[in-house]
Design a protein around this ligand. Structure first.
Ligand code: NAD
Length: 469
């Protein structure tokens, strides 16, 4: 297999000087041929994705380890298992999801057929970030294929080893007439976005999300934007401190904090901050030993630029745990910052690294006001032994997802929609939601040719009796 570019007139279009126009028109011709529509075709492509995951498992673990020191357990869980989960769910349910949905009718349409057809959009573009570099293009791709689309996948250029692997082997598994991988940095992606796609699924930062949405707007292309932000985690005074510390530390330090739904900061009382600190220290030592830099279970920051950005956030509040850094290895220790002020650097942007600030609040009401005064996050977390407290936080805040008494675990359910709201994104996916995202719900009415006497009531010439007056 020659790699990322499918056969056909793909590289250059001298007419408009658009380097990707050939590729897009090649895919569009394939889509118009109707090739991707039959259930059997979709299932065959999805099964091929399953073989990709199985046969390239070791290569995926190695590439993500090279890119960000991703521990193999974490890589296996997120890049392989969760994807297989999505894939199996889709394979098992696709024939059912694809069926026309028959809907209620009125008196005049009693003899007709009224239904919702799940139509593919056409040629769709998936742009992915680097932090879960397989999962974040593969899960949307599963839904895009399931819905019968042709797809251009643009993995992140930052996770360069994974990008190379995807470019070299993914299209060997898929029908190269219908699916392509484009390797592109910012400049090339800007050119790619000049083309008309029928749907764009973007995962990344809110600032780039705006750029993508602006480019899509030129063609009135619908978008899903899976973005980021700061996910608050409220810890009430009544809770099992050890369990809270273990669950928060796991969610914050998984993939060295480079997870879009990681708890970004804790809100709690000053008394709870005092209790949490030894429990967090114990959890961190339990997970990564006395020197996390030597632990095979703790990842590194993906690049130098990202390392310097995260390191600069350490000068917030007081370093209570960790704080050590090593630029050569792009290592930042699992760190907890105490008494962080809302004006500190760590509270001005998404941390996206292994730093957990604690901001002290008087009580739950103040925590809720704090959350509601900021952009709506991808996830809100609340810990309490009192389910009324958890429910209050759920009830009085707004976010893409919510998890009470744990972190990240909402992502493991294909039955839950995943996505943001406001600044954290637009649209949902996972499980059937991904299939629906990539399907145009086409309202269809197929009329019976008889009963013209009833139909004539709506034809001119009009009169009052025809309205039943
Ligand atoms: P990013 O926005 O910098 O890049 C994402 C993708 O956009 C990459 O493929 C990149 O090549 C491309 N890109 C970058 N600049 C571009 C431009 N000017 N024009 C066109 N394309 C451009 O994000 P990142 O650094 O890769 O990832 C981190 C961000 O992604 C964080 O904010 C994180 O919260 C978010 N994220 C969100 C989710 C989610 O599911 N909501 C998942 C993972 C990461």
């Amino acid at each position: 297999c020659g790699g990322a570019i499918p056969k056909g007139p793909v590289v250059c279009s001298p007419v408009c000087g658009n380097p990707y126009a050939g590729l897009v028109s090649h895919l569009r011709a394939a889509w118009l041929s109707g090739k991707t529509r039959p259930l059997e075709y979709r299932l065959a492509q999805l099964e091929a994705l399953g073989r990709f995951l199985e046969e390239k498992k070791q290569d995926i673990l190695e590439a993500t380890a090279l890119d960000m020191g991703k521990p193999s357990f974490e890589a296996y869980f997120t890049e392989i298992l969760l994807c297989k989960n999505e894939l199996n769910n889709t394979l098992n349910n696709l024939s059912h999801w694809m069926k026309d949905e028959h809907v209620d009718k009125n008196l005049v349409t009693q003899l007709d057929s009224a239904f919702i057809r799940k139509d593919p959009y056409g040629v769709v573009l998936i742009i992915a970030p680097w932090n879960y570099p397989i999962h974040l293009f593969l899960v949307p791709l599963i839904g895009a294929i399931a819905a019968g689309n042709c797809v251009v996948v643009k993995p992140s250029e930052i996770a360069k080893n994974t990008e190379r692997l995807v470019a070299e082997v993914l299209t060997c598994y898929l029908d190269s007439d219908c699916f392509a991988v484009v390797t592109a940095g910012v400049q090339e992606t800007t050119r790619l976005l000049e083309n008309k796609f029928d749907y764009i699924f973007f995962t990344g930062s809110p600032s780039v999300g705006r750029i993508v949405m602006t480019a899509a707007a030129k063609h009135l292309t619908p978008v899903t934007l899976e973005l980021g932000g700061k996910n608050p985690c409220y810890v009430s005074d009544t809770c099992d401190v050890q369990n809270v510390a273990r669950r928060v530390a796991w969610g914050r330090f998984f993939n060295a904090g480079q997870t879009c739904i990681a708890p970004d900061y804790i809100l709690c009382s000053v008394e709870m901050q005092d209790k949490l600190m030894p429990a967090l220290r114990e959890a961190i030592t339990e997970y990564f030993g006395p020197n996390p830099q030597e632990s095979p279970d703790f990842a590194r920051i993906v690049g130098d630029k990202q390392f310097r950005r995260v390191r600069a956030l350490l000068c917030s509040g007081r370093v209570a745990i960790g704080g050590q850094t090593d630029e050569k290895e792009r290592y930042i220790a699992p760190t907890v910052l105490a008494d962080v002020q809302p004006s500190d650097p760590a509270m001005q942007e998404e941390i996206f690294g292994p730093i957990l600030p604690i901001v002290v609040v008087a009580d739950m009401d103040e925590a809720i006001d704090f959350i509601n005064a900021r952009p709506r996050p991808l996830a809100v977390y609340a810990f309490s032994c009192d389910s009324k407290v958890v429910n209050q936080v759920l009830e009085r805040t707004s976010s893409g997802s919510f998890c009470g008494n744990d972190t990240l675990m909402q992502v493991t359910l294909t039955s839950l929609p995943f996505g943001g709201i406001g600044n954290s994104g637009l649209g949902k996916y996972h499980g059937k939601f991904t299939f629906d995202t990539f399907s145009q719900h086409r309202g269809c009415l197929h009329r019976n040719m008889g009963l013209e006497a009833i139909n004539s009531l709506r034809y001119p010439p009009y009169n009052q009796q025809k309205l039943g007056l």
